[in-house]
Write a protein that binds this ligand. Sequence first.
Ligand code: GTP
Ligand code: MG
Length: 441
Amino acid sequence: MKTSRSKHYNSSRSSLPFEDGMTSVKFHNEIETRPERAVLVGLITPQQDERKTNEYLDELEFLAETAGAETVKRFTQRAGGPHSVTYLGTGKLKEIRQYIEDEEDAERDIDMVIFDDELSAKQLRNIEAELKVKILDRTSLILDIFAMRAQTANAKTQVELAQYRYMLPRLQRLWTHLERQGGGSGGGGGKGSVGLRGPGETQLEMDRRIILNRMSLLKQRLADIDRQKTTQRSNRGRMVRVALVGYTNVGKSTLMNLLSKSEVFAENKLFATLDTTVRKVIIDNLPFLLSDTVGFIRKLPHDLVDSFKSTLDEVREADLLVHVVDISHPDFEDQIKVVEKTLSDLGCSETPTMLLFNKLDAYRWVEKDADDLTPATKENISLDELMKTWMARMNGDCFFISATERTNIDELKTLLYNKVRELHVQKYPYNDFLFQHYDEE
Ligand SMILES: Nc1nc2c(ncn2[C@@H]2O[C@H](COP(=O)(O)OP(=O)(O)OP(=O)(O)O)[C@@H](O)[C@H]2O)c(=O)[nH]1
Ligand SMILES: [Mg+2]
């Protein structure tokens, strides 16, 4: 007996949430407690080879897991690029539908299909019609995790604004087809419009207006928060500001806890940190401000970065950026590039930056046999070689530590001391530096 697929068919756009802390996607089914089962989909294109696509899907799986979903299958397709109407070719879409039906027959329902790229309203609508399960893309998944993680009023407001930004264009397109079915054209009264104005259109106008009002309220709220924060920042006294930045899950918060007396939340999940934490840190007689910020990720939607402007102010106004890298991650070089790109989008390319390679303890490499003549790949690079390469490339502006094993932490403190001291003297030449005895509070 086939179970009803419509049971799980729950369009994320069928009802509009207007309350604080809304989520466009609900992962936790109230009736069932089992984790939701997800299928992942990615494209292999001329710009993104198979290895890269698999790495992206690994990350997407980690994102899904963070959100509370279990990945049961991946589908990939080779294509010149995403299909404008269905993202995938129709054959592949049918294959996925068949898989979902077979799983249902075996009583292993699939709850959602997650696409690695942002889907347009048109693609979403068509895919949903074909697969009849919940469809997510990388952006809506990230937004969902952000909604789950947001703690402060600031973060909640920022996430909600980003969710509406994501939703608005999709909402519009969703209703367009209803409009056509109804034959009405709303504003101008096209042929046969009297009495035929579709309810969809009226609803769309209403929904749009409510969302736009809500968005301007949220923007207003953010502006108020911004003003408060600016005042707080200007009251902080004359201290150099250092920001920990980097890809998500590289160990920024762990390091923050190690260097300051804070106990910020750190765990092996993506986006553990959403709200910026700032702490005064004193090394020897030199106080400075250290901040821990939200991690970056590949394909981070621009709207999201935009919505998080006030959280990222701490990064934008920092005197020194400590770019933390997880050296044990197979894609760490790619992650460095993503972070550098995001920083330059934020207008921080001129800020003095140092690279801090973390998780030294977890670095693994495969030694090649002496008689193995195949060219060495990145898996064959020893830690020593890697360190030398990076130190040469960065002109010495990089450092290697393990935050959990506390390797090189004292050396890191000395390095930070020297860098901060240099910046302090530049920034506050007439300041009462150095403090003879700086009392820790
Ligand atoms: N093996 C190893 N694991 C580490 C090290 N430093 C941090 N971790 C682990 O990496 C995971 C992520 O650490 P966090 O400090 O939360 O990372 P983050 O950069 O703040 O992550 P987000 O806030 O999610 O962006 C945790 O499970 C840490 O225990 C390290 O030096 N070695
Ligand atoms: Mg963190």
